[in-house]
Design a protein around this ligand. Structure first.
Ligand code: FES
Length: 146
């Protein structure tokens, strides 16, 4: 079991501590906006914000998340109107949409620390899961949100 804060709500999750946070979010907290891609911390589809830092939830265990504050795509903006979400829509930076939650969380974490990122900053910060070819639009969206 682990006690953590998810989307500003304290929550006790009764799963083994070595359970990946991704599965705790999806299966125990019913927050299915966070997606499973590779399961090895490479693709970024499962990115959430933990204590202000974007990180893959597939490689962070529930035990490691104990006592920490986790924000998922569901908690980023209750009305789905976060500036990053607005900019992704405005720049049409979404194609199939599978990796979009992870990209938005990574972008939101980047902009919280750097409101005027360069193209290189955006490419360095965002996961590389998207295979739909929207990278130029992604960069424009993140810079627009900043
Ligand atoms: Fe976590 Fe790919 S599913 S990084």
């Amino acid at each position: 079991m682990a006690s953590l804060t998810i989307n500003a709500q304290p929550l006790d999750i009764r799963l083994p501590e070595d359970t990946p946070l991704l599965w705790a979010l999806r299966d125990a907290a019913n927050l299915t906006g966070t997606k499973y891609g590779c399961g090895t911390g490479e693709c970024g589809a499962c990115t959430v914000i933990v204590d202000g830092q974007a990180m893959p939830s597939c490689t962070l265990s529930l035990g490691e998340a104990e006592g920490r504050s986790v924000t998922t795509i569901e908690g980023l903006s209750p009305d789905r109107n976060h500036p990053v979400q607005q900019a992704f829509a405005a720049e049409q930076a979404i194609q199939c949409g599978f990796c979009t939650p992870g990209l938005i969380m990574a972008a939101a974490a980047l902009l919280a620390h750097n409101a005027d990122p360069s193209e290189a900053d955006v490419f360095a910060a965002l996961p590389h899961v998207c295979r739909c070819g929207v990278q130029p639009r992604l960069v424009r969206a993140v810079q627009r949100a900043g």
